[in-house]
Design a protein around this ligand. Structure first.
Ligand SMILES: Cc1ncc(COP(=O)(O)O)c(C=O)c1O
Length: 431
């Protein structure tokens, strides 16, 4: 139905972006697909960005965009947040890399433990690694191997369950359960109780389309995991930005291990996993430890100075618990304004999400389970993405929109107005 309009939108995008096209073609000579992040792929080619400031991005052809993607939640603070850049610049001027301990590592550990109610935390280079290490912790603690994950979930490049377990996943013994289906999930957990090391869940499917867990679902998964003696891993790599202690807390669930990433690194690579001393002290290889069954967790850049320093500034100064709480409320309000714009138009679009994260979907009603997201009209999602780009708004090709700290009320009104304008143009397709 949208076929010719979509072809025109793609052609228009290509005509407006010759420099990005050139960068992309050059890059493909050495980088398969032209880049190293599969998520960036879309037709006809992804943009190349040359600058970012606050809430705006500039591409290689000189177009400026309001950045409503925020690097898939890692860019919560906006581009090059001054306090973070100043702190990291000072730290790197002193020492860029050390094969030893430096103070920012323990400072950030304390900030994280106090903020997210953890006894202990360990750092990694990415959210993917944090989840791999959380799973390792659970296997070590339980002596079991099976991991329950949810269809539609995403826990990293090798922990990918968009429509079942991806063949390139890390070779754990995964069994999948249905997201937001308490009864069937409980049954899967019960059936695997004796062999199960962990259940890993996102409080809201992030890359799976910003589908929040219902409190009932989250609580029943937690209860079933506890009954089975398995470790509940909450993947809050994206969602720890919500509320004062992350989204699981808002759902009324306390996980055994929580994983983190994205915005806490303030733009630098980051991951962490934390939880009870009982579980995390399996990594205590110190002479003081009486443990015999210790597990090694190494990594050259685990405590890198840039990420540790940035994290201290992010949690300690910029995104404090109070800021996090009010930003969640601001995001909820913004999402309801987006929903009002969509409701005024005929194009069958809906919006899902929680707090400052949302996703536009080419389907109505609003998806509540991964199967609903899979039923979207992908052409409609794509034409909305390209139409917003044409109007100077950058979102994710898959529909994700994130509200960041650098967005002013004017930026939010601009998104609402430009979306409205785009949908005026699309409406005749559904007359
Ligand atoms: C919920 C969730 N877990 C884990 C990851 C992986 O994090 P990273 O990309 O830092 O490896 C992501 C990344 O998008 C994510 O959304």
């Amino acid at each position: 139905m949208l076929g010719s309009a979509l072809q025109r939108a793609r052609q228009d995008f290509a005509d407006r972006n010759p420099n990005s096209r050139r960068h992309y073609d050059d890059a493909r000579r050495f980088l398969p697909g032209g880049h190293t992040r599969t998520v960036l792929t879309h037709a006809p080619f992804p943009l190349t960005f040359v600058a970012g400031r606050g809430a705006t991005l500039t591409d290689a052809d000189g177009h400026e965009y309001i950045d409503f993607l925020g690097d898939y939640t890692a860019g919560l603070l906006g581009h090059s947040e001054r306090r973070v850049i100043d702190a990291v610049t000072a730290a790197l001027g002193n020492n860029a890399s050390v094969g030893g301990i430096h103070p920012a590592e323990a400072r950030l550990a304390r900030l994280m433990c106090e903020r997210f109610d953890l006894d202990r935390v360990r750092f990694t280079n990415s959210g993917t690694e944090a989840n791999l290490m959380a799973i390792t912790t659970a296997i070590a603690a339980t002596g079991r191997n099976r991991i329950i994950a949810f269809v539609g979930g995403y826990h990293g490049g090798v922990l990918y369950f968009a429509s079942g377990a991806a063949p390139w996943n890390a070779p754990y013994d995964f069994v999948l359960a249905p997201y937001n289906d308490p009864t069937r999930s409980e049954a899967v957990i019960d059936a695997n109780a004796s062999t199960m090391a962990a259940v890993i869940m996102e409080p809201m499917l992030g890359s799976g389309g910003c589908v929040p867990a219902s409190p009932d679902f989250a609580r029943s998964v937690a209860k079933a995991a506890k009954k089975a003696g398995a470790v509940l891993i909450a993947d809050e790599v994206m969602t720890s930005r919500h509320g004062t202690r992350g989204m699981m807390d808002l759902l009324g669930v306390r996980a055994d291990i929580t994983t983190f990433g994205k915005y806490i690194g303030g733009g630098f690579s980051f991951g962490a996993f934390g939880g009870s001393a009982e579980l995390l002290d399996v990594f205590d290889t110190s002479p003081e430890s009486a443990r015999t069954n210790v597990v090694s967790h190494a990594g050259t850049f685990n405590n890198n100075i840039a990420s540790m320093t940035a994290g201290c500034t992010v949690l300690g100064e910029v995104f404090t618990a109070d800021v996090a709480s009010s930003h969640t409320a601001r995001g909820d309000e913004f999402r309801s304004q987006v929903a009002e714009v969509l409701a005024r138009h005929r194009a069958p679009l809906s919006v899902s999400g929680f707090g400052s994260m949302m996703s536009l979907h080419g389907i109505r009603p609003t998806p509540t389970v991964p199967g609903d997201v899979a039923g979207r009209d992908n052409e409609l999602n794509e034409i909305v993405y390209l139409g917003l780009l044409q109007r100077g708004v950058y979102t994710a090709a898959r529909g994700m929109v994130n509200l960041g700290l650098a967005h002013t009320d004017d930026h939010m009104v601009a998104l609402l107005d430009r979306l409205d304008d785009l949908l005026d143009e699309l409406d005749p397709h559904w007359s």
